[in-house]
Design a protein. Structure first.
Lengths: 411, 586
């Protein structure tokens, strides 16, 4: 099997990183370590009501899942509404087993299938950091889930099927860098949460590991960087630059990934980002079959639409402006099997994430008012049919569907 | 009754180039800074998107970027014997409005003034004897050498594309040999020139002149500035002036400073907030802050330890007059300073029409050009010419925006089928050579408050009294034939000369380079601000912008405006903060 097994039968083995949970005083170094892991885990993103300018970590953010809306809980140490009365044990159970302080199962929107790779030491550090925050009294809205999902016991069944409590075991045949990278990617960074395909019950599919996944109608692309992978043409430095500065030769983080870079990865140590890149560079993939060539007439129409609307920024030969306007001939969004992100960006535009080092506010404008469904379909068919990688044609109805979705989302 | 707000360290009146510069440096120094901008928020992604930025009706014809004349305008007359009337629609110049100010819709021509321009009075008197009667030019009080590091920094913020002609005193081939010594090369190479510039360069060399690429704020390549902000390579679409750049290719406050600034917790911006007056302490020794009004009509008093006027020069002058700060200028006695030495720019040129060759003017950019400086400032001997100063002569291909630009040869009717045929025949076959003449201050050209007309708040409008002076006319008469000579050498079928004749006319567009009114200098009797751009009257009031120019040089003002702002804010941080008070003893 080529796919990397996320959930492997190693949970019974001893972890080299885990140590016995000793009674520790809150030390500043532990809080600092916890802060770093909290950043790596991107906890703030889901646990802050960003859309409504909520206070950091006070929860209340509406998280859309294919099954309904879940509101993130308050992580500040408020007794009544937050983690004020939690113990380190409770917190470890939440991250490691997906169980809250009252023994209830947590919905897997909380990425404990990834966080479980963290050791007790590490979850204690995160807890110490969260307990050092200013308590915020903030009640979270009730989740909006249909029966039977509103019954938390239903999660137990899900976990039985898809979750294993694991610890991270380094591969002795691989470099320290690679192992650190794998730990970060599969643990705190929980990249697979978006970038791995999901089954109908929302669990990551092993053979879809980091081959791209659909989330809130964004397609988080294939991020395998070894031969044949979606970002095989990205060098280690490109991956580091993308995560550290929010700009790379090939593209910039946008939307949800923009949030991840803004809140999380830009603040991580460069050696950690390098480790992530080293690991991703080791993940090979099979280059998808070249699809049948699209009709010549559609290619011609698409080329004309491209030249009139896109070439000024993305260049007539699709080579773009590195670090600025994405080269489209090699774009893993354009050539993804699932064209959702490409269609969505053309319709609605997209904003490149400003970072501390590169604060520029760059964006692609929306074209929904300017191009019809058929025009966008022809444009994408042209781009997918002429780039370095080939992907199948797009139909006007695919564009129309996304247009409807976006219109609905606006309400 | 204005609602009292809590105080800040610094309030900036207006948020264009100079507002952004002061804010960036002062927040970096740890001060709490609030910028008040009369107009709306604007950014590239939302307001100048490539999908609609090239809308000529909206931006050229309907003045989408500019101050709304219906809300506030100036009244104009050529001389004090006339009655000034309000400009109900902008013409000769186009004051900006909104975040980024005129820095959004400029062309990007980014010249440094010459060293002698900063000492115009003493330099010319020394070389040519006493100035003529009525000419009120003076020295800036700050020298080119003092400003050089600030020119350099502003050019790096903007990523200016050019070729140095004088590096630390060494003349470098390919650049402008007349420029003051530069401490560094331009951060980016010159733009790619087109057919017209190549012809101009050859023709200028033929007559013994020294052509060089115009320093451009339109990018020749991708660039990241010292604040980490990105500029993209220019696409030469020719929608610079009067338009915002949708491609991030033109330096503007939006592309080069504001995104870094907006992240700082000690910076705040309030848009749609128009400052009505600068308030003074009871003893009149300091400013206490400003009063402003928002769009709902509610007014606020914003206390501040320091106030910086960063609005357009005309508005800075008006605010000082309305707030009764400094002695208003009186043209009869020549006494007083506020409103004094209003200057403009003396523009003329020649258009070349080609027969066979295509100039393809639609491949353009605001600062895409070659220029000669042999007839600028005091780069040539003025003995016996009867005027001082000069101007650059340049061949720009700024645009061929079809509604605005369709030159036709002489003798073609102004409308009808013959005109249409001429437009069609010549649209892709024209080039222009322009003279960018200096404007020397004169006793009779000034700004004051209009006795009749008021704005929507009932405050008097600013009154502009201006006409071209004898110096202006002689300057133009001397330089325009040089431009014509170069134009004739470019190999076209015919050349149409556009001379600057008669009185100043406020209707046809000429340039948005209005200078003076809040001039700087060495003597409080003859200037509003000292050499650090600090008010002589209220030491915690600073003034930015081209209003500081005691007279206008033969260049576009923005580089000098930027350098003066960095020079001034540097003095605030390094001198004023530790010892608040006058930085120069009168």
């Amino acid at each position: 099997m080529r796919g990397f097994a996320l959930i492997s039968a190693i949970s019974c083995m001893a972890s080299v990183t885990a140590t016995a949970p000793a009674a520790q005083e809150l030390s500043s170094s532990q809080v600092e370590r916890g802060r770093y892991l909290t950043i790596a885990g991107d906890c703030e993103a889901c646990h802050t009501d960003i859309e409504n300018d909520g206070l950091p970590f006070a929860g209340g953010r509406a998280l859309g899942t294919p099954f309904g809306t879940i509101y993130s809980p308050n992580l500040t140490p408020d007794d009544a509404t937050g983690l004020g009365r939690w113990t380190r044990e409770d917190f470890h159970n939440a991250l490691n087993e997906g169980i809250d302080d009252e023994g209830q199962h947590l919905y897997p929107a909380m990425p404990y299938p990834y966080y479980t790779l963290m050791s007790r030491d590490e979850t204690d550090a995160i807890f110490a950091y969260l307990q050092s925050l200013e308590p915020v009294h903030a009640e979270d809205p009730e989740n909006d889930l249909p029966f039977p999902l509103n019954i938390r016991m239903s999660v137990a069944g899900w976990k039985l099927l898809f979750f294993e409590d694991e610890t991270f075991v380094p591969d002795p045949d691989r470099s320290e860098d690679w192992n650190r990278g794998r730990f970060l990617v599969d643990g705190p960074l929980h990249c697979g949460g978006c970038h791995s395909g999901k089954n109908l019950l929302g669990a990551s599919k092993e053979d879809e590991y980091l081959r791209g996944g659909l989330l809130e109608n964004w397609f988080a692309p294939n991020i395998r960087a070894g031969a044949g992978g979606g970002i095989a043409h990205w060098e280690t430095d490109d991956i580091v630059e993308f995560l550290k500065h929010g700009r790379a030769k090939h593209t910039a983080p946008m939307q949800r990934m923009g949030e991840v870079v803004s809140i999380s990865t830009q603040h991580l140590r460069e050696e950690d980002l390098r480790a992530v890149a080293t690991y991703l560079k080791s993940l090979e993939d099979e280059i998808p079959e070249v699809e049948d060539a699209p009709e010549a007439a559609r290619l011609e129409t698409g080329a004309g639409i491209y030249f009139d609307n896109c070439a000024a920024c993305h260049a007539a030969d699709q080579s773009g402006v590195p670090y600025f306007f994405a080269p489209l001939s090699t774009s893993n969004k354009v050539h993804a099997e699932d064209p959702s992100s490409a269609i969505r960006i053309i319709l609605g535009g997209a904003r490149a994430q400003p970072t501390d080092t590169i604060p520029s506010m760059l964006a692609m404008p929306p074209f929904s008012w300017k191009l019809s469904d058929a025009q966008i379909a022809d444009l994408l068919t042209y781009l997918r049919g002429t780039g370095d990688r080939r992907a199948g044609p797009i139909s006007a109805s695919q564009v129309a569907e996304m247009r409807d979705y976006l219109a609905e989302e606006e309400h | 009754m204005a609602k009292q707000l809590s105080g800040v360290d610094v309030v900036l009146v207006g948020f264009g180039w100079t507002g952004a510069i002061y804010a960036e440096k002062l927040t970096d120094a740890g001060l709490d800074v609030l910028a008040l901008e009369r107009g709306p928020w604007r950014d590239t992604t939302k307001d100048f998107a490539t999908t609609f930025a090239q809308d000529e009706l909206r931006y050229y014809w309907r003045h989408g970027m500019f101050q709304e004349a219906a809300q506030s305008t100036v009244t104009f007359r050529n001389n004090s014997a006339q009655t000034a009337l309000p400009m109900r629609s902008w013409g000769s110049f186009l004051p900006g409005n909104g975040v980024g100010g005129s820095g959004v819709h400029w062309n990007g021509q980014t010249y440094r003034f010459l060293p002698s321009d900063f000492v115009a009075k003493s330099h010319n008197e020394e070389r040519y004897g006493p100035l003529p009667e009525g000419m009120t030019i003076q020295d800036y009080g700050v020298t080119y050498e003092e400003l050089e590091p600030h020119f350099d920094y502003f050019e790096k913020i903007c990523g200016i594309c050019g070729k140095a002609g004088n590096l630390n005193g060494n003349i470098v081939a390919g650049g402008n040999p007349f420029e003051g010594p530069r401490s560094d090369e331009y951060p980016n190479p010159p733009m790619e020139m087109t057919f017209s510039q190549d012809r101009f360069e050859a023709a200028a060399r033929n007559v013994g002149l020294n052509p060089f690429p115009v320093p451009s704020a339109n990018m020749s390549r991708a660039y990241v500035n010292p604040l980490g902000l990105q500029l993209a390579p220019c696409t030469y679409c020719g929608f610079c002036e009067k338009h915002g750049c949708g491609n991030y290719s033109k330096s503007s406050p939006q592309t080069t400073i504001i995104p870094a600034l907006m992240k700082r917790p000690n910076f705040a911006l309030r848009t749609d907030s128009e400052v009505l007056s600068i308030e003074k302490s009871a003893d009149g020794s300091r400013t206490t802050g400003v009063t402003y009004v928002d769009t709902s009509g509610e007014s606020f008093f914003q206390p501040a330890d320091i106030v910086v006027l960063c609005a357009y020069p005309l508005e800075n002058t008006r605010l000082m007059l309305l707030s009764q700060i400094g002695e208003p200028y009186d043209p009869r006695s020549g006494e007083g300073v506020v409103g004094k030495n209003y200057c403009y720019q003396v523009m003329s040129g020649a258009t070349v029409f080609f027969d066979k060759e295509y100039t393809n003017g639609f491949v353009g950019a605001g600062a895409l050009g070659m220029a000669v400086d042999d007839y600028n400032g005091d780069n040539f001997d003025h003995s016996g010419l009867g005027f001082i100063g000069g101007g650059y002569i340049a061949c720009y291909t700024t645009n061929a925006r079809p509604i605005e630009s369709h030159p036709v040869p002489d003798g073609v009717p102004g409308w009808g089928s013959e005109w249409k045929q001429a437009v069609q025949a010549n649209f892709l076959k024209t080039a222009s050579v322009g003279v960018h003449g200096a404007s020397m201050a004169h006793r009779s050209n000034y700004l004051d408050l209009d006795p009749t007309y008021t704005d929507r708040h009932g405050r008097p409008l600013l009154r502009m009294t201006f006409d071209f002076t004898l110096n202006d006319r002689r300057l133009s008469a001397h330089l325009t034939p040089v431009a014509e000579e170069i134009a004739r050498g470019m190999g076209g079928r015919e050349v149409v000369v556009g001379e600057r004749k008669g009185s100043y006319d406020s209707v046809p567009y000429q340039t948005t380079h209005n200078t003076g009114g809040t001039i700087m200098g060495t003597d409080p009797q003859t200037s509003v601000c000292n050499r650090y751009c600090q008010s002589w009257d209220l030491p915690n009031l600073f003034v930015a912008g081209a209003g500081l120019f005691p007279q206008n040089a033969g260049y576009n003002p923005t580089d000098t405006v930027g350098a003066l702002a960095y020079w001034s804010v540097d003095a605030i941080i390094s001198k004023y903060l530790s010892q608040p008070g006058p930085l120069v003893q009168a």
